[in-house]
Design a protein. Structure first.
Lengths: 355, 355, 355, 355
């Protein structure tokens, strides 16, 4: 396929489609006019109907999970990996060789430095030669590289919100890059569709819990992006919290302004003026994660908090997204659209579900 | 009554008992062996039974709301004000003159500087002469002053968690006092039992929302306490968030260490070794707000986050409390116990409700 | 416009669009290719932008609420009333006279007998002459009448689920029509976007509450539909419950079978074989309300419970729907599609949001 | 120990204390003046501190889980089994032989007919000789038998609510015993503290789901109790539902009155006049499960629904309880109190947590 002509139909396979990001790909692709999902694979669920797992998809797909089969995958235009970390890096090289494009929703190709990957993910990288080619799939940063890319690493949920919220400030040199604080709150679906005690409703409801304070795997991914924007090594503390909601990420980003008079509202409005999926709210407004639930939008609010006592001038940026859409599957589809020369918004334009 | 002999029975009135903090006083006092609630007042609910409003109290009280009546209040040993801000300051002087003690759960007597009160609460203070006498009812700070006090200002919910989390660091000079960040998350009961659209389940559930970013009334109260501990004016940004839970406050407190090698775990353990209602978790542990639901405990965890890039050494303190107990009614009862010479834990020792 | 040719564009006004059903019309119509929303009215919000009220709609509409104005409404092809009961019946006659079609989401035109309306809604009907013409907008029952109708009364949320669940049984004479039990559970959005204490998250979360046990306004509407299907007056007890979720209705329908050997699974599959928005689950399956969240689908499961002791043979039908979609705004759009000769599924085919 | 003199201290062991009913026993016993918990056993958690598992218990117990050890158990006055079904029946005989009393929270000794047990629990009963002696621990039914009992089978959560709601009607012959409908809703903690996909917050929140429609293990237990009250075999359909709350059971009980004029309100008030843990609400009132959260109370409301069409006269009884307290651990302690001659309310009198 030529990258210059958008296709009428894109044949798609999803590897590992029994988790939440896989199910979300299927939900979103059901409204995508060019998407043609041909195969969904799962070792665990092979032979079972997709809509027995996800009853919301009844009537939308007539698909049965198949065991992973390189041949069937190689017959598709693009393969999404919705697998845990450590799977895609073993299978991607053969797929690329077969001329298939890949969008990997796992962390396997996000980090450019194989040794950093090994340090945080506990195993050596299986395809380090591809790290340079892999495009980090944040369209607001890498739009030009996505067009025609063979391999895209879809960003993590926290990294998307934190980067979109900090990038304009860092690029403009508007903040002290060494003292960034990202205090983030995530819904429970971020932990995936796996049976963990801590994710039970009876454990996680009616509670807020900090976790990963001693170090979270998204930290190096975030820093890689912020460093590139700042042109130097930033200093960041990243504190994730589990909050009792199904979907949603709320990132509260604290930084010290280099100029107390900076017009940060204007800075953000200008930075994202042409972005279809970044919405800068009017000054003074805040939006809850509910305002983006089910949608691919990231909404950003910018505020200068009251300056008391000895405090330096500060900015507080809040960024909200649906962790399964802009934080995962929606952004992956946005990347696919860009890869295949489709308008990025294709299939992604439904408003969020509110209330 | 002599302050030196604990009473067998304390006769109690509650003004404004139709809200959550009033109802919580009643719930907790039902298990307090010396408490004898004699009157609950409410203009709105006068003549109605308390347990028609709060069915959980059926069988525990045979009480009817009465219209506020200075005479009935003056016959009690202590009056709790569970009213909105701006009520207590008008009624307290006469009660003190009548020899009644007062615990005010509103903000009326928390801030020592009447002009600061006027600035944040939008009206001049009605009893500025009492501000010096009023004891700020954080027992971990003002224990000595509570014993025998006539007038106690029970702290706000956010200020309790933020102060308990920052005080040991500030007193020890262990952090840069000018760059404090308090990123706080509150359950919806913090907005009170009033009919507001934003507090509807259909609005607030499955969402996280920052609010008060441009300035929240708890800011001057928090700063007053932190300044005293630091011995100088601190610099603080305070960012509250609404999270979809009924009760609970989670304060995530960020500060830069003056000495990267400081043993902050030990610092907190020593600071709170004798406190019945501050529980410092073992190093590495975190506790959700659920671990304190319904109880008067504040649990604190201390961590040093990974230091990346150009970041200065940091500490992240998390403090969780039940906003209606340690953040309001429980702490008010703890103060009452101290005022009357009872063990502070009296009536407050039940474990939190988990799950 | 001729009823026989589907229009390229339908100009639409929504009266009372500040509530949940109005906002849901806007959300759904944003994905409807023929919909052209020209006016949204609200006395309360006149002059304010729609997306200031509903931030999920930012970027989808450039609309400002206007005060109700008969002229502007009369210029539209169809007017939706998303108002409380008692409003539409005063305004509809003039609109019909002006050649405008109306879909009323309130109860004003649902009940055919004006005296029954007056009894349950507390005021005489203002337009009793239109009751005969008004089409009760349950497409599964009145499809033929919807085509070309001038005035459609969109069914209530509970009545939709209860009727869809009972109708096949009653039409087939398969159950004792005098002993029907409808035990129903609704999310809190069913109470509307109005500030009521009982709908607060701090009141309604983590709780289940029966209400309206002594009589609920949906009872006569349900009975009217069931009576028609049974060909006689049914006997029904209808017990609604408030459950802590945002959206969703779960109707559990109990009936005694006239023939213990009846193949009720087959009965339902046949009855709804051609319905785009009724999904009969395979025998043995159950689906949660989440499986229809945000979608116009009603999923139905049919089961014969174990027969113990002296129990007669029974059937238990469960029907789930989103109260704001199939129970209100989605069904109203489905009716509009039918009225204008469009495929009923137009704009309504997105899968439910799960998780 | 003589049954006639209440002990000053009861030494207690809990087998299987890592689940919710075990943790709830510990929570409640922390406020019980005579309780002295000496051992908590768990194969899985042996050697770990109890408060590492349940941080709400920090400061209340200095206990470590031990491996099950018959000797240590035999040294206690009473052993609670908070184990899954199938464990207690193997260990109880030896404990009874050693003179230890047992309260079993599992189903092992609830059903008098060993063959019924085998049918519903999938294995033969290991101690059928003890079934006759085991007292079914519903104090409202078996108070006299509890005093001095050696072995008590604490009732299931659903059976408690359903029996307390139906018993007065059946004993009085006020309803048609062959057409009972129990439509019940449970919080997710009823599924236990085990990692199941269906109990994840991301699965169970914002949804209602019927389950066990084809047969639930609590059915024979409920029927056994109802049959005894009715003096004949009742006919019952029991339909449980999972609702998105942590704790709570709401039972909605439908029956046909034999006399439409029966004063059912009075019937219930008289039946439970002396019961400390059954609260009959005033006519017309309803209470949510929240009104009993954390408490041992069961609240009951009685209503006659409007009689429409051909409907026979009906009564709708709603009964709410906390599934972990009156539905499990609280009731088990109430039984222990009765066994040891203590007032039944000992340690169980705290009001429910509301909001």
């Amino acid at each position: 396929m030529s990258a210059s002509a958008a296709p009428q139909s894109i044949s798609i396979a999803i590897v590992g489609a029994t988790g939440y990001t896989g199910a979300e790909l299927l939900r979103l692709l059901a409204s995508h006019p060019q998407a043609n999902v041909r195969a969904v694979t799962s070792r665990q669920a092979a032979g079972q109907r997709v809509d027995d797992w996800f009853p919301n998809l009844r009537g939308h797909y007539d698909l049965t999970f198949s065991a992973p089969d390189a041949g069937a995958l190689a017959a598709c235009d693009v393969v999404f990996f919705a697998t845990p970390h450590g799977t895609a890096m073993h299978q991607v090289p053969a797929l690329l060789d077969a001329g298939v494009r890949v969008v990997d929703l796992s962390a396997d190709f996000r980090i450019k430095d194989a040794s950093v990957f090994a340090q945080w993910y506990g195993e050596p990288h299986a395809a380090p030669d591809l790290l340079a080619e892999a495009v980090y799939g944040l369209p607001e940063v890498n739009r030009a590289l996505l067009r025609g890319a063979r391999l895209v690493a879809a960003p993590g949920c926290y990294p998307t919100a934190v980067q979109l919220g900090f990038l304009p400030l860092l690029r403009a040199g508007a903040v002290d890059a060494s003292s960034l604080v990202a205090d983030c709150k995530s819904g429970v679906s971020g932990a995936g569709r796996s049976a963990k005690i801590g994710s039970l409703l009876a454990e996680a409801a009616d509670s807020v819990l900090a976790y990963g304070v001693g170090g979270h795997r998204h930290l190096p991914e975030i820093c890689q992006g912020l460093n590139a924007a700042a042109g130097s090594e930033v200093g960041l503390v990243f504190t994730p919290h589990l909050v009792p909601m199904i979907r949603g990420i709320h990132a509260t980003l604290h930084a010290v302004l280099t100029d107390s008079a900076a017009d940060v509202q204007h800075l953000f409005e200008r930075a994202y003026a042409d972005e279809p999926f970044v919405d800068v709210l009017p000054a003074g407004a805040q939006a809850g994660t509910r305002s983006v639930r089910g949608s691919n939008m990231c909404r950003i609010a910018v505020a200068k908090p009251p300056r008391v006592g000895s405090a330096p001038p500060r900015v507080v940026v809040t960024a909200v997204e649906d962790n399964l859409v802009k934080g995962a599957s929606g952004q992956a589809i946005q990347a696919m659209n860009a890869m295949f020369g489709l308008p990025e918004v294709t299939g992604l334009s439904a408003p969020a579900l509110l209330p």
